[in-house]
Ligand binder design. Structure first.
Ligand code: PRP
Length: 210
């Protein structure tokens, strides 16, 4: 939970939550993107680094450079600006997109998550970054993981999210393999009966894209 620390990140999260400020869809998207950059930076510290010698015009310098083959996958559609933020920093990464939506079979609060689109390179032995601004019940991520089974086994998985609810975080820890790391900008306590994060920020997809 990075929002426990004092940093500019909290300004961006506040603007996303604030019921007046969040109405500005362009600012909302830009804040998602900026948080994607911050989470990428924090996550990058845990990658595998190798010392390389860089030749400058005036000499040589040893530098530690990350070596991982990264695949960035975003869950449509609220994650699109988050994806942009991540590839602003991981500009050599491969890219994947997956769709997920909640289907309410009887029109009530109960729902199942339907995944019907996945375009991805092989993730075999690679570092998979899953981005989604909201981690509510965790059912979306659970179904995304299932859909990826046919694309190989990643060496490690990083989940990048802006707001995560405690019940969803616990759910994910149970469903994902051990080599999974969660990077969540802010953690909220609970969900309502419809599976929305409380206090959260509302519907990120609608706020970003209408
Ligand atoms: C939101 C969000 C996540 C999902 C989280 O998407 O972007 O994908 O819900 O919920 P879960 O953890 O309970 O599965 P939404 O269904 O609103 O789609 P959208 O981004 O296209 O609006």
């Amino acid at each position: 939970d990075f929002s426990n620390e004092n940093s500019i990140l909290n300004q961006f999260i506040m603007e996303m939550r604030n019921v007046s400020i969040q109405k500005d869809a362009m600012r909302f998207r830009k804040n998602i993107e900026r948080i994607g950059e911050i989470l990428s930076y924090e996550m990058s510290k845990t990658l595998h680094f190798k010392t390389e010698v860089v030749k400058t015009p005036l000499g040589k310098k040893e530098m530690k450079i990350p070596q991982n083959d990264v695949v960035v996958c975003s869950i449509l559609r609220a994650a699109i600006p988050l994806h942009t933020g991540v590839i602003n920093f991981f500009d050599k990464a491969e890219n994947a997109y997956i769709s997920a939506y909640r289907h309410h079979p009887d029109g009530g609060d109960d729902f199942e998550v339907i995944v019907n689109y996945l375009a991805s390179p092989s993730i075999e032995g690679k570092t998979l970054l899953l981005t989604d601004p909201m981690l509510a019940t965790g059912k979306t991520l659970e179904n995304v993981l299932k859909a990826f089974k046919s694309h190989g086994t990643p060496k490690q998985i990083h989940i990048l999210s802006i707001i995560g609810a405690k019940p969803g975080i616990e759910y994910i820890k149970d469903k994902f393999p051990e080599n999974t790391h969660l990077w969540i900008a802010a953690v909220d306590e609970k969900l309502d009966s419809r599976g929305y994060i409380l206090p959260g920020l509302g519907d990120a997809g609608d706020l970003a894209f209408g």
